[in-house]
Design a protein around this ligand. Structure first.
Ligand code: TXA
Ligand code: MG
Length: 320
């Protein structure tokens, strides 16, 4: 299959391809998503195949209007309306009870549904054009870093999907915050640009961590899967002096330093920020580095969402 690269003025063609049963990747403000209409179980199935995604990892439905929520979810609590008022459109995903008319495959068989309204004009226009919400996981092969530009999508999915709609580099570069509204208190399932403190302030109640809610694995299936680790060996440093000292022990030509600021003139360097993390990891693999020194200065260490992705990358995980 030829994968078309569509520009912003070719939304109609993207809508047409989806109507013909083809998957289309599109930009959001977080990362690129791989879209299929939520009520078309057959196309949703194609997403799992194209990505090589484990069948028990549920998808997020993307809406363009609040009127679509009632088609996707039931027993919607009042705190949803408050969060939507403040944070939609934006990088916040909420988990609610799934409406029985939504195909079970969307939620990997769970009776819940994750949904969000992306804050990106192309994403919103595409959803409007298709006339129903689009489910969209990040548009990468399962286990690879999420794509933050259209070339990343092509690197992973060229020949497997109908098209990628090009919107340049994404604004945030990390996936949305995911919060469950199923229990008495909201539970943060995945940290992102919208913080637990911001949510807590808006709702006037505590936001629990999965550990505090004691339901980690049941609540957040995606968190159990292996996250991307580059081929290179990665070492994490919390001081630049430690990092510089260790440089002398390795072959400088096979080493990449990823940090907020350049700390050595002798070694290749890629910037580190929420926007750059995934691009840096892809770069390291493309260039064939054998070692990565990841220097997390206090600013990086204080960034909960960024550190969540870095720590998961470092952890040993079960294979998937
Ligand atoms: O920013 C984002 O959220 C991007 C863009 C494309 O919108 N999407 C994204 O999708 O990151 P994905 O599929 O890569 O990650 C979805 C996460 C997974 O960790 C999944 O387990 C969780 O959301 N999730 C989806 N539905 C859920 C549900 N019903 N209950 C709990 N977690 C759910
Ligand atoms: Mg993903």
């Amino acid at each position: 299959m030829e994968t078309l690269q569509l520009q912003a003025d070719q939304i109609d063609q993207a809508v047409y391809l989806i109507s013909q049963g083809q998957l289309v990747a599109f930009p959001t403000e977080t990362v690129y998503g791989l879209g299929a209409p939520v009520f078309c179980a057959e196309m949703v199935r194609k997403i799992f195949i194209a990505k090589g995604r484990p069948s028990d990892n549920p998808l997020i439905a993307h809406i363009s209007s609040l009127s679509q929520v009632r088609d996707l979810a039931r027993e919607i609590p009042p705190i949803f309306d408050r969060l939507a008022e403040v944070f939609f459109p934006g990088p916040l995903t909420v988990v609610l009870q799934r409406h029985p008319q939504v195909p079970a495959i969307v939620s990997a068989g769970l009776d819940t549904i994750a949904l969000r309204m992306p804050n990106h004009p192309l994403a919103l226009k595409l959803i409007e054009g298709v006339k129903q919400p689009l489910v969209a996981p990040s548009a990468n092969l399962s286990g690879r870093p999420s794509p933050t530009e259209s070339s990343h999508v092509l690197e992973d999915l060229e020949g497997k999907i109908g098209a990628v709609l090009d919107g340049g580099r994404t604004q945030y570069g990390l996936e949305s915050t995911v919060i469950s509204l199923l229990g008495e208190h909201p539970v943060l399932l995945r940290p992102g640009a919208i913080t637990a403190d911001q949510i807590s302030e808006v709702l006037g109640c505590p936001v629990l961590t999965p550990l505090a809610a004691q339901e980690n694995r049941i609540l957040s299936p995606g968190m159990k899967y292996r996250h991307y680790a580059p081929r290179a060996a990665v070492r994490l440093f919390e001081t630049s002096s430690d990092c510089l000292q260790k440089i002398s022990e390795v072959d400088k030509h096979k080493l990449l330093i990823i940090s907020r600021n350049r700390i050595s003139q002798e070694v290749d360097y890629h910037p580190l920020s929420p926007r750059e993390l995934y691009a840096a990891l892809r770069y390291a693999d493309q260039m064939g580095y054998e070692e990565i020194f990841l220097y997390c200065d206090p600013v990086v260490l204080a960034d909960t969402a960024l550190m969540n992705r870095i720590r998961r990358m470092m952890e040993p995980h079960e294979a998937c």
